[in-house]
Design a protein around this ligand. Structure first.
Ligand code: ASP
Ligand code: MG
Length: 463
């Protein structure tokens, strides 16, 4: 068995779903279990409808609901066979009726609880998974639809639910393999249910996570994440075009990259797969013949020091200086308590005896945080900063990486530098204005030579 996950853009239209069907059909003998996201931007649209409802904007949410129904109906009718038309219409009627009632209920209450958010946003995957099932049948495959809420069991932390792995694994193992013997199983990503059967979701972008959970639960030989990019690249293409494709990367490196903004993978995704040593492939549904990126549990021998350059933009640098606290203990605790009180995660930290620099990506409470910090330290804040992060397991074994970075970035002001305990990355902060120059210089320094076993030169340009 393999798990094949298709994201929102891969199922955004009848044409896209047909491509999916072709890709699945070509892998039929590997017994695929298909996990799909909501079609296109459906999740966002559902959340917008909920927001309009609690604001009492009937003239907005009613047409929005109609548009969403028309969109699903139009694409589904094209993707499914005429013979299934009656069943399809009944399904859509039922679901949109329910959804409309729910939305009207919210409008009356004027209040949106996390539980209602889940009830509403789950419709995206409930609809898409059923539509894809019909489309696969139309394409000549035997397909079986599984409601993810019957097998993915979570706690009740709505919108951000945590898995009950023992129960989920038990249900997955009982339900999926028997079905997958003679059908392609299709299920929605992102959604689950609490033990009481109440609909929950795993957090935005959670379908990759579902794929990983399902893969681990059924002991799949491989998990394929089909998306609209060519896997992982040596540099973010929106910052530096012309990067090279990374053919194989370790779980640890991929998680690091995902955290630092590589948009191809939800960071938590890799965990269940990693625990079971199941490889995860990132593939492009528009170019299924391109090999993509393979993420494996073991570390990957590589002649290059660095595998990829990741960036996290819109970062704020906070410099905290305390001469008064020189030699005093408790300074760091006091300082972090302030961030903690305002529920503001700190990403990177560098300290000296009397000063601390740190980065945050959420400035919502920054004014209040500064006011509290000023009670015992001097504070200055710089916005529009970027964390640039070199990722690669060889960084820990190769002397002189920092020297190469500083040489390559001659003339660029590096505001802060840190090497985490994982030793997989070397991160530093530059200002947004220097970003393009920084990435270009580093890319030239670290990727002029490419280990052919790990990289494909211009692996995107040619595809
Ligand atoms: N549809 C959900 C979202 O947009 C989950 C996913 O696409 O992975 O967040
Ligand atoms: Mg999505």
């Amino acid at each position: 068995m393999i798990v094949m996950k298709f994201g929102g853009t891969s199922v955004e239209s009848a044409a896209a779903i047909e491509r999916v069907a072709g890709i699945v059909k070509a892998r039929e003998e590997r017994r695929p279990v298909v996990v799909v996201s909501a079609m296109g931007k459906t999740t966002n649209k559902l959340l917008a409808i909920a927001a309009a409802a609690i604001a009492g904007k009937r003239d907005e949410y009613i047409p929005q609901l109609h548009d969403l129904r028309d969109f699903h109906s139009r694409e589904a009718r094209q993707a499914a066979s005429l013979a299934e038309r009656v069943e399809l219409d009944r399904f859509l009627d039922e679901h949109f009726q329910e959804l409309t009632e729910l939305v009207k209920g919210l409008a009356i209450l004027g209040e949106l609880t996390p539980r209602s958010v889940d009830a509403i946003s789950a419709y995206g995957e409930r609809l898409s998974s059923y539509i894809v099932t019909l489309a696969l049948r139309h394409f000549g495959l035997t397909a079986a639809h599984v409601d993810s809420r019957d097998v993915i069991v979570t706690d009740s932390r709505h919108t951000q639910a945590a898995l009950n792995f023992p129960e989920t694994n038990r249900r997955l193992a009982a339900v999926i393999p028997p079905l997958a013997k003679d059908a392609v199983v299709v299920m929605g990503g992102f959604i689950g249910a609490s033990e009481q059967g109440v609909t929950t979701t795993l957090g935005r972008g959670g379908s990759d996570y579902t794929a990983s959970i399902v893969g681990a639960g059924i002991g799949a030989e491989e998990i394929q994440i089909w998306t609209d990019v060519y896997g992982m690249l040596t540099a973010d293409p929106t910052i530096l075009p012309g990067g090279h494709r990374v053919k194989v990367i370790s779980f640890a490196e991929a998680a690091e990259l995902a955290y630092f903004g590589a948009k191809v993978l939800h960071p938590a995704t890799v965990v269940p797969a990693m625990d079971k040593d199941i490889p995860v492939l990132i593939l492009n549904s528009r170019r299924p013949e391109v090999e993509g990126t393979r993420i494996v549990a073991a570390s990957v021998p590589c002649e290059n020091t660095v595998k990829s350059i990741a960036c996290k933009r819109k970062i704020t640098l906070v410099n905290i200086h305390s001469t008064r606290m020189l030699m005093a203990h408790g300074f760091l605790r006091r300082m972090f308590e302030v961030f903690d009180r305002f529920q503001t995660p700190v990403d990177m930290v560098a300290t000296s005896e009397v000063s601390v620099s740190l980065t945050i990506d959420n400035c919502k409470n920054l004014e209040a945080i500064q006011a509290e910090l000023r009670q015992f330290a001097e504070v200055n804040v710089e916005h529009d900063q970027v964390i640039v992060c070199l990722v690669g397991e060889n960084i820990r074994y190769t002397p002189g990486v920092a020297r190469r970075v500083f040489n390559a970035l001659d003339g660029i002001n590096i505001r802060m530098i840190s090497q985490g305990a994982s030793l997989l990355n070397l991160s530093f902060v530059v200002s947004e204005a220097d970003l393009n120059r920084t990435v270009a210089a580093l890319h030239e320094e670290f990727f002029s030579y490419l280990d052919p076993a790990v990289f494909e030169r211009n692996g995107v340009a040619h595809a």
